[in-house]
Design a protein around this ligand. Structure first.
Ligand code: MG
Ligand code: MG
Length: 270
């Protein structure tokens, strides 16, 4: 069967280029591992940001968010009702019972990696832990759908299939994205598939995507704060956000920002 034409601007990477992206992905994976371990009540998001920059630069890479359209930091740290793009600050002290999502990007030898985790601060309410766990599960379902012969809408269909039964909100206007020598490349990778799976661009080896579901306890309606970045839920309820960079390979998905290449998470998702 003939594949569909790829949307304008989508790049297909060679195996060698994907291997370079893996190195960038590992820089991000190791930074996020350190950051997740550092999250505790009393720590500031500014301290997390400094740790992220030290980790990334220590490996000879460069933080890709810093200066991106003027973004002033290495990570996005989004706490509580903040969904994404929270700006780290020395004044923002993490408190017991909050969820913080940490989004981190690095560029190494010209290639980008991008990933995010949601981490509980100390002891969190069961309902928040469940929100984060389901969002992470949706991420892995989406990643598992990134395989040759599949189509772009398979990702959103897989994410929705996990999230919908829980009644959580799923953001529509914020999406995952292609990634390569730029952090954001075509195509957009929606977390919804209103017309079902099997639609959109065909996924062929060398396509690299950032899959990043964002889910909320209440309504999916969001606002952007006056800082021009921080996206918050309109109803003030909490949100979770998980992300990985994944390459289509002839053998299936290769999760470039997972230390194990995605083996454990993809096994759980199957
Ligand atoms: Mg990200
Ligand atoms: Mg991203």
């Amino acid at each position: 069967m003939v594949g569909r034409r790829r949307p304008r601007g989508v790049t297909v990477k060679s195996a060698e280029q994907v291997a370079l992206m893996r190195e960038a992905g590992l820089v991000v994976a190791r930074a996020l591992e350190r950051l997740a371990a550092a999250v505790a009540p009393g720590v500031t998001t500014g301290q997390l940001d400094a740790l992220a920059e030290e980790s990334i630069r220590g490996e000879g890479a460069v933080p890709s968010f810093l200066g991106y359209h003027g973004f002033p930091a290495t990570i996005c740290a989004s706490v509580g009702a903040e969904v994404v793009h929270g700006i780290p600050s020395r004044d923002r002290v993490l408190r017991e019972g909050e969820l913080v999502s940490i989004d981190c990007g690095a560029v190494l030898a010209g290639w980008h990696g991008d990933a995010a985790v949601t981490v509980p601060v100390g002891e969190c309410a069961e309902e928040l832990l469940a929100l984060s766990a389901v969002t992470e599960q949706a991420l892995w379902a989406g990643l598992a759908a990134v395989r040759p012969g599949g189509h772009l809408s398979d990702v959103g269909a897989a994410v929705e299939r996990v999230v919908r039964p829980h009644g959580y909100g799923l953001l529509e206007d914020y999406t995952g994205h292609g990634i390569g020598t730029a952090m954001h490349e075509p195509p957009d990778v929606p977390n919804l598939a209103p017309r079902g799976a099997g639609r959109g661009m065909e996924l062929v080896p060398g396509v690299v995507l950032a899959v990043e579901p964002m889910a909320t306890l209440g309504s999916p309606d969001v606002d952007e704060l006056d800082d021009g970045w921080t996206v918050v839920t309109r109803d003030g309820r909490q949100a979770a956000h998980w992300e990985h960079t994944v390459a289509v390979t002839p053998d299936g998905p290769w999760v470039l920002t997972a230390l194990d290449g995605g083996a454990a998470g993809l096994r759980r998702a199957s």
